[in-house]
Design a protein around this ligand. Structure first.
Ligand code: FES
Length: 502
């Protein structure tokens, strides 16, 4: 089983389901760090705001991040300069650095105790070809005036390197302690929050009407879609422009002391490392094994692989936690933040953070708040969700959509066996049952859970994720429990249950 460190000993306020029809100026859908920060900024400006969340506050990616607040987003600046030019690359960097500063100001303004601390961020490699890549990235840092340095060794002596790249004065924190305080502030400023309230549609007339699955509505002027994959696409084709990725984290104590720093290996398989001090213990967060959601190819579980690697180099004492998170990548690697499209200028979206959600959530919250308040924001064009650059978007667009087509067709051919006799406890298989592909999971008490493995979003075939015990969609990242309930992603309806006796 998996459990994240971020809810350990943290009591976050809980809220009722939407149990009446609501009215607000802005309805924010999604109570992760993006939705909560946006609602906080709006409420502070006196805007009447309602937040609706499918599950619980922070329960999706925000509660499963590694929570690095940094503008060092892997190797990106050299690539941005080549594709978009120096000015846009600098805009990206500046927006991310400003996000860090704004988060720091919020944290000190509210005197939050959320383990915020300044740390340097490091990229490193042990491969010749990636050394060249990092050297080019360092050149980009110099062009953009980024406070960085090329290195031949890391402060963390257990990890030898060929080359490293430092970005100074970045930060890390505890994301749930942070949003817990923002939630208090939203309520203080008159905002309302509803949990366990999946929504499925927006109607457009004089006002926007956000429709919840339980038939209640929020009537509002503006809607902010902060659900990672937008639950409402409004002909903006996000299904063709966002690629879901899953990655994994293990947490342990070590018998070596930690010299500080947040690290990311750029060689494949990539590895990420930071620590957090909790209850007088230094806990190391070691992550990686990223893959397209629903398409994990390895025989061994990602957690086992991470643990094997960590044991070899990092003096592991005791394993404590393990968890995974989902994020989306856009065609050109920049997030989509802003108005959904021309047809729906009162609907806003924020998605495609490419695993760098802490600063990007702040960028999104500030930008969307400015657009709603009719204030100028210098980053509106850079992040405009409807942008399309022939290079690099077209190549990635074709790759994303042939992947979806391949997974759609492949699924229809799966499920060769007719029997579940071989199925052991805590595992799953696909069988053919009455001509239909059915996924069957046998739980620890030997109960069988049989579901139709056709994704209820757009019909792709789901694959079993044995580490998380979930059915995951390789097309747009919807995930379902072994009983078929929606966990995350764009799907709204649960999977159809199948009676194997019929
Ligand atoms: Fe879109 Fe499954 S998430 S088809």
């Amino acid at each position: 089983m998996t459990n994240t460190i971020w809810y350990e000993n943290v009591e976050i306020k809980s809220f009722d389901q939407l149990n009446k029809n609501e009215k607000a100026t802005v309805c924010v859908v999604g109570a992760g760090i993006t939705g909560i920060t946006t609602a906080y900024l709006l409420a502070k400006h006196g805007v009447n705001v309602v937040v609706v969340e499918r599950n619980q506050i922070g329960s999706a990616t925000t509660g499963h991040t590694t929570a690095k607040i940094t503008a060092q987003h892997d190797c990106i600046y050299h690539e941005l300069i080549s594709h978009f030019g120096k000015e846009q690359a600098f805009q990206y960097y500046k927006s991310q650095e400003e996000a860090l500063t704004k988060m720091e100001a919020i944290i000190s303004g509210h005197e939050m105790e959320c383990h915020f601390e300044k740390q340097d961020a490091y990229l490193y490699t042990n491969e010749d070809k990636n050394q060249k890549k990092l050297e080019k990235e360092f050149e980009a840092y110099q062009q953009l005036n980024i406070n960085g340095e090329g290195l031949l060794e890391l402060p963390l002596e257990q990890i030898p390197i060929k080359y490293g790249l430092k970005m100074r004065e970045q930060a890390q924190f505890h994301p749930i302690l942070y949003i817990k305080e923002l939630v208090e502030a939203i309520i203080h400023h008159g905002g309302r929050i509803y949990e366990n309230t999946p929504v499925y549609d927006i109607d457009h007339a004089d006002h926007r009407v956000v429709r919840a699955v339980n038939q209640h509505t929020v009537i509002c002027d503006y809607v902010v879609i902060a659900t990672q994959f937008p639950f409402y696409e409004g002909e903006a084709f996000y299904s063709a422009r966002l690629q879901p990725k899953r990655s994994y984290v293990t947490a342990f104590t070590s018998n070596k002391s930690y010299p500080g720093g947040m690290y990311l290996e750029i060689d494949k398989p990539k590895r990420s490392l930071r620590t957090i001090r909790m209850d007088d213990k230094e806990i190391w967060l070691y992550g990686g094994e990223s893959h397209k959601t629903g398409q994990y190819k390895n025989e061994d579980s990602p957690y086992e692989i991470l643990k094997r690697d960590a044991k070899q180099t990092l003096n592991v004492d005791k394993w404590i936690y393990q968890w995974s998170a989902q994020d989306y990548e856009t065609l050109d690697k920049l997030p989509y933040i802003g108005r959904l499209n021309k047809k729906h200028p009162e609907v806003f979206v924020a998605s495609g953070y490419r695993k760098w959600g802490m600063t990007n959530s702040m960028v999104a919250a500030s930008l969307i708040t400015d657009l709603i308040m009719d204030h100028k924001n210098p980053y509106e064009e850079l992040y405009r969700p409807t942008r399309f650059h022939a290079d690099p978007d077209m190549k990635q667009f074709i790759a994303n959509n042939s992947n979806v087509a391949k997974e759609f067709i492949k699924g229809k051919l799966e499920g060769n066996s007719n029997s579940i006799d071989h199925l052991t406890e805590k595992s799953a298989t696909k069988i053919k049952h009455n001509g239909q592909t059915v996924g069957v999971y046998k739980d620890a008490s030997k109960n069988e859970h049989a579901v139709d493995t056709t994704c209820t979003h757009l019909g792709c075939e789901l694959n079993w994720n044995n580490s998380e015990k979930t059915w995951d969609c390789p097309c747009h990242g919807s995930r379902f429990s072994c009983e078929g309930n929606v966990i995350e992603g764009p799907a709204i309806k649960p999977l159809n249950k199948v009676d194997l006796k019929k």
